[in-house]
Design a protein around this ligand. Sequence first.
Ligand SMILES: *Cc1c(COP(=O)(O)O)cnc(C)c1O
Length: 357
Amino acid sequence: MIQVTKPFIPDRKTLDKYLDGICERAWLTNNGPLVQELTQRLEDYLGVQNLLLVANGTLALQVAYKALGVEDEAVTTPFTFAATPGSMKWQGITPHFADIDPNTLNLDPSQAEKAITERTQALVPVHVYGNACDHDSFQDIASRYNLPLIYDASHAFGVQYKGESLLSCGDAATLSFHATKLFHTVEGGGIVFKNRDDLERARSMINFGQSPETPNDIASVGINAKMSELHAAMGLATLDSIDQIITQRAALIQEYHHCLKGHVEFPQRRGSENGAYMPILLASEEQASAVDSSLQQAGIRPRHYFSPALHETTTYGNDDACPVASDIADRILCLPLYPELTTHQVKWVCEHVCKNL
Ligand SMILES: *Cc1c(COP(=O)(O)O)cnc(C)c1O
């Protein structure tokens, strides 16, 4: 059986060293030394500032909206994971979907601009598969309409774009460190803020609204979204291997491209390849389901990631028309990708794809 992904398990000796330290200190959570160390090491590794680690990627989005004062409506893409609009609705924010670019599969800036109304309070594009959004256009729209720009950058760990970290783009960029993501802490997430003030406000928010500046008061409404020391330990042990993880995954992607080029389409890549996902586009919905069943029969588990498009679901469906997203959702498949996958297995997966075209 070949699953679409397999969580990375770090070297046990490395992990145990961190766990021993936690047990000796008996400091298990509340901005402990490992959370602080992971924050510093991730800022250095990613080349970003103002990183706040949180309990998961969904809370990262919720806290980012709250910290930037988003309450009414936000414009986003229907071609994403349910957590993007889900985190909005949970905050009482109404998601408005605009259509995607058929080449990059990211939110189309001109469609996003058309979807802006008087009630819009943020733009929330997603760097789907770690593929960089057209940041210059989004920044231009955000400035003209005076809207915060919040990227769901859950897939964009380590991506470089135009000479800097893609995570530095926007007023906030959120990360997911879920077990199935490229870099993980079992459950976890992060927010990269442009402004230090927003970071400090969010830091208080994730700790019940408590703040060291006002020890005798609760200055704002908060939630509990802190990362624990155990999760940070997993992150630190995984970070030791991240270059190797990315190199291995990127090599497998190259192998897939080599085998499938001319047979299937690939989304157009913007920014560096971080090895997060291996998406392919089939010619039609029929072809996509034929390939899927054939792979399933061979014990290979691809994923229709993301299908259905969210504007067509019961919970998030509305009048927003996004024909490109609907079409892409019918034809997309993500193929298995994780470091232990062999080139032999990749070739075997490709054979099963190609025999159904
Ligand atoms: C994984 C993911 C999330 C949610 O992250 P969690 O850490 O699982 O809460 C949000 N948005 C996108 C695009 C994701 O892929």
